[in-house]
Each structure stands twice: as C-alpha cells, then as structure tokens.
Design a protein around this ligand. Structure first.
Ligand SMILES: [Zn+2]
Length: 449
C-alpha cells in the first residue's frame, strides 16, 4: 500500500485568521505504491461493494489506494472548528467557505446533555419540542475518508487529525464514548472514538476513475451524544454545501425525554437490527422496541415493520385519490383504511424518521397520509371526520407555515369550501393511477387560495 512520503505539519497554536487556511499535504509517490495483499483486497472489496450506503458496487481497493493523495486542513467556524483529512481531489471540491457560516443555534440550547441510564451520556429535551423543530445545527469537528488507503497505522493518522484541534475541542472530542466493539479492543483510543461516534456524511468527489468514496466519517460533538433507538424521535440531515448537520425532531418530544437517532436502518427486522448494532457498535440495543417482555410483542413489531415495507413497495397498488373519487367500484373506505393503517403502524413503531422530506420516498411521508385522510373524508362529505383530520393537518403545519392557518380555519368552519368537497359523492374529476404518489395534496389547494 502507499506510504506517507512527507511528514505532516503540526499546529502548536493558531489564531482564527490562520486557522481556516492552515493546510498541509501528505503526498504519495506512485513509485512507492505496492499492491495490497490479495486477501486484504478481497475482504475490503466485499465489505465496500456490499455496503448499500456507500453505493460503490465496483469498488477496487488495489486501484483505490494507488490514486490517493491526502490533505490535512483545519477549518474555523467561529465557535466551532473542524479538522479534516481528505483525498486531495475531495478537498479541492469543498464548498466555498462563505457558505459554511457559523451554525445558527438559539442562544439557549433546547436540550441538555446528561447521564442516560445504562447508556453513558445522552441528549434530553429541555422543553417540549414540536414535530419538525430544529434541535441544533452543527459543523463536524473531524472528517476523514470512510476508508484510508495508507499503510501507516490508523492510530497515527487519527492522532494527527485530532491533535490539530484547539485544546478545548480536542478535550471534548476525547471525552466522547469509546467503542465497545470486540474487534476494536486493541485499537487506539482515537480509532475507537471514530468508530463509535462517526456519522456517514457525503462530500463531493471528482468525476474521475477510482475517485474517493463519497461517504466520509464525520464526528459531531453534540449530536454524538444522541443515543440510538429503533424508533427514534429525531433525525439528522447533512448538507454538504454548508458543511453542517441539522438535527430535527420527527415527532413531538416531551420535556425531559431523551432525544434519539437511528444508528442503523430502523425498518429492518428486530434480530437483524440488534445484530447490526452489536457488530458495528458493540452494544446491545436497549430501546423500547428491543426490550419487550413478551415474545409475541417482538413478533408483532416485526410484522408491523414488514407490513410497512410492503405498503411502501412498488407492488402496493392503491388507486390514486382522483381514481378512487371517480370509480364507484372502489369501497368508500379503501384509501381511508389503508392510510390509517400505515399511519398507525408508523406511529406505533416510531418510524416517522423514515419520512425523508419532500420528494424523497413520498410513500413514507407522514404529512401526506394526514393530507390524504382529510381529502378522502372531504370527498365523502363526512363533516365530522373531515374536521378531525383537517385540524390535524393544520396543527402539523402551524409551526412551519403559520400563515396557512387562515385557509385551514376557513375549511374547518365551512367544510363545503374545501376544494375537493363531495368529489366522490359527485363522481367527478379525473386523474392518474399512482396512488399516494400522484396525490394532488393540500399544498396544491393552498396555492390556489
Ligand atoms: Zn432497538
């Protein structure tokens, strides 16, 4: 494997004006490149190619290491700083520094970091947090490639990466949890912290052969305190343009309740989730969904998640709202029952986190289910149920779009003013057959008002 040819420069101290430009290059010379052992290549190739998150089905480790040249950098975000060790091509594509503004967090945090029983420290809501509320924005403190193609020990690279930070940031980083993974029992404390706390963040990679993997390991000092749950109440989104993460509540979080995120795909069956957590992080999941008393509760949870996977698959053939309105052969409650069941399963299993936002997997959009139920009851002229669901839709949007409340209040007081009121009763309208995907949602109606 390539080796480091030029020693790196360490920072003893840095003023803010020099921090953002501080950079030292670790150069690799092609003459020094040796082919990694075949068994090592085969093992790494299998691991990378089979990892769906990495999206690198043709990854070739032997070629990968020959094309690497790394750069250290220290970025300054005012209150935060970030030490990076990146492929030179990726480093060159980092977004403009002006876009990487300081995180805009409220002066008074809406969370506390304190002891979580049996889990070390955790993050807790200081007050009630509403569904969709931003809990915090944060820049990473450390970013490194998912896989480092150097022959020097990872411990040395991570030590160098960590020690470039100022003393307070370094101390905070070193205080994060260490991995309890058996495979890392002989690893350095730096590697252990990386493995236990890093989140997968995507960076721009050059469009060249054997480019760096887009997914990198990023550590966030505050978000790293969020413990895992298989029914998490918060999600995190990475924005590579601002080089920051946003932590958001995905349902109402009561004051004092622990804020949790998923470390692994939460829609997997229970046994697979627990095995994955054990293998990747070295702990036994103690979340609500993994500590039922009765075997039948585990089975019930697995069936619920499987049922949701089926409902979200392309095999699920529900008619669109428009088609249901115009086709008398469909039962009145066809869509209502299907949407209610999905909503019930999402809420019971705590899978609101799988709603990825506008445009992405619309079939998992919790808000769209609620919209659809209000629309179905409206189309059926069922005043009582329409009022229940349109009020829920309104309440879910109030914090994000308070100006829309006027329209919702108008529909509540006068349901017949709702744009699709009585559509199914009148057997009118037309449309596509894409189920909830093609639903003319309430958003469209609001645009027309
Ligand atoms: Zn769990």
């Amino acid at each position: 494997m390539p080796s480091v040819q030029q020693s790196t420069r360490r920072r003893s101290s840095a003023t803010p004006s020099t921090k953002s430009s501080l950079k030292s290059k670790v150069a690799l010379e092609s003459s020094s490149v040796e082919r990694p052992p075949l068994d090592v290549c085969a093992e790494i190739n299998h691991r990378i190619r089979s990892n769906e998150t990495l999206r690198a089905p043709r990854f070739d480790f032997a070629h990968h290491v020959r094309h690497r040249s790394y750069v250290f950098r220290l970025m300054d975000f005012g209150e935060e700083e970030c030490s990076t060790f990146l492929d030179a091509g990726v480093d060159a594509l980092l977004p403009d520094r002006s876009r990487m503004a300081s995180s805009s967090n409220p002066l008074k945090p809406n969370f506390d970091i304190r002891e979580s029983k049996g889990k070390g420290l955790g993050m807790f809501a200081r007050r009630e947090l509403y569904d969709g509320e931003v809990i915090l924005q944060e820049h990473p403190v450390v970013v490194s490639p998912y896989l480092i193609g150097l022959s020097m020990p990872l411990a040395d690279i991570y030590a160098d990466l960590f020690k470039r930070l100022s003393r307070p940031a370094y101390s905070e980083l070193m205080a994060l949890s260490k991995s309890s993974c058996p495979s890392l029992k002989d690893a350095s404390v730096y590697e252990s912290i990386m493995r236990a706390n890093a989140l997968g963040v995507a960076l721009n990679v050059p469009n060249v052969d054997h480019a760096e993997l887009a997914i990198h390991r990023g550590i966030f000092l505050k978000t790293s305190r969020c413990n895992h749950s298989c029914g998490p109440n918060a999600k995190w989104d990475w924005d590579m343009n601002t080089f920051s993460l946003t932590l958001t509540a995905v349902r109402t979080i009561a004051k004092g309740q622990e804020i949790t995120i998923p470390y692994i795909a939460p829609d997997l069956p229970g046994a697979a989730r627990r095995a994955s957590i054990q293998q990747q992080y070295g702990f036994e999941c103690q979340c609500y969904h993994c500590t039922y008393k009765l075997e039948e509760d585990f089975n019930h949870s697995d069936m619920a998640r499987e049922s949701l996977r089926r409902a979200w698959s392309s095999d699920c053939k529900l008619p669109s709202f428009e088609k249901w309105c115009t086709e008398p052969a469909y039962p009145d409650d066809l869509l209502i029952n299907a949407y209610k069941r999905s909503l019930h399963l999402i809420e019971a299993e705590g899978l609101e986190v799988l709603d990825l936002g506008p445009g992405e997997h619309p079939e998992r959009d919790v808000g769209r289910y609620k919209d659809a139920l209000a629309m179905c009851y409206g189309a059926l002229e069922d005043t009582e149920n329409f009022r229940i669901w349109i009020a829920r839709v309104r309440d879910g949007r109030m914090t994000k779009k308070p100006t829309q409340s006027l329209a919702f209040n108008k529909w509540l007081s006068n349901p017949s003013s709702f744009p699709v009121w009585g559509w199914r009763r009148a057997v009118c309208g037309g449309g596509d057959a894409n189920g909830i995907h093609g639903l003319s949602a309430i958003e469209k109606m609001l645009d027309c008002i």
